[in-house]
Ligand binder design. Sequence first.
Ligand code: ADE
Ligand code: ZN
Length: 340
Amino acid sequence: MTDTPATPSDAALYALPKAELHLHIEGTLEPDLAFELAARNGIRLPYDTVDDLRRQYDFSDLQSFLDLYYETLDVLRTEADFAELTRRYVATAAAQGVRHVEPFFDPQAHTSRGVALETVLGGMTAALDEAERDLGVTSGIILSFLRDRPVEEAEATLTAALQRSDRIIAVGLDSAEVGYPPALFEKVFARARDAGLHAVAHAGEEGPPEYVLEALDLLEVERIDHGIRSAESPGLVDRLARDRIPLTICPLSNVRLRTVPELAAHPLRRLDAAGVRVTINSDDPAYFGGYLGDNFIAVRDALGMTEAEARRYARNSLTASFAPEERVAELLAELDAWRA
Ligand code: ADE
Ligand code: ZN
């Protein structure tokens, strides 16, 4: 008789020590908090109840989601709002095994409506400091440029950010992808890298494999966010595997935004089998039906996941993180002690 490999339980996947590398803090805004903040700030959301808002979460593509995401984040106004948002995310994430997180924030989505960079960073930083002290969750913030806004705005955003926070560890690139290739942002990314920041970019979510190549070659990113359309190009898959480029894959997001027809058809396992450094992430968990542990469970149920695979995805997340070496070593030791 041959032993079948162990399949981790729900509880084991929640307990699995892991890093979250693709998480938009604005995408953790749950409908109940959106209504609370709207009331507190005297804003009227165009929906009467939490359930009405939740009923809008039926997306046809990335843009249909972004329209609601930008509309709803308008309830975030004060430092206390950003602190509360971040605090609630970290509490949920920690309960699902997140030990280190590198949240994105979209400064232009806030500064463009009169909310200062200091307000956003002040709130996020306070909550992340608290998370490290009280929950042992470490973090670093990623400033993400909106690729569907003018490049000059990204330049000004970087200039302002470089003066304001030592908690920013990297720059990223997000929002509507098709028609906004990475090449547009070559100069601003070069300046960020010269200033000592890490670089990542969304590419190959809805956009073609060529955008992944541009992100690697022109933006010199260290990780690709999503990157799932790389699977269409065997040459690119070989390169990702050879160069050990991590992909921050977001399974539930890809289903909700219809970049894959269903989870069972997701290329995650094929990419992993080809030697690509796959990580699992939650993207905008308030909108897509689950936080990080939930994404692991969904992948296990749709594609299968052995104990060894779960361990590999978690290990990839730790080694692909921008956490200090000693912190990575500490978390790898925690991972060694984990059992399915
Ligand atoms: N902003 C928030 N979530 C995003 C996603 N999945 N893709 C691009 N931009 C985003
Ligand atoms: Zn994303």
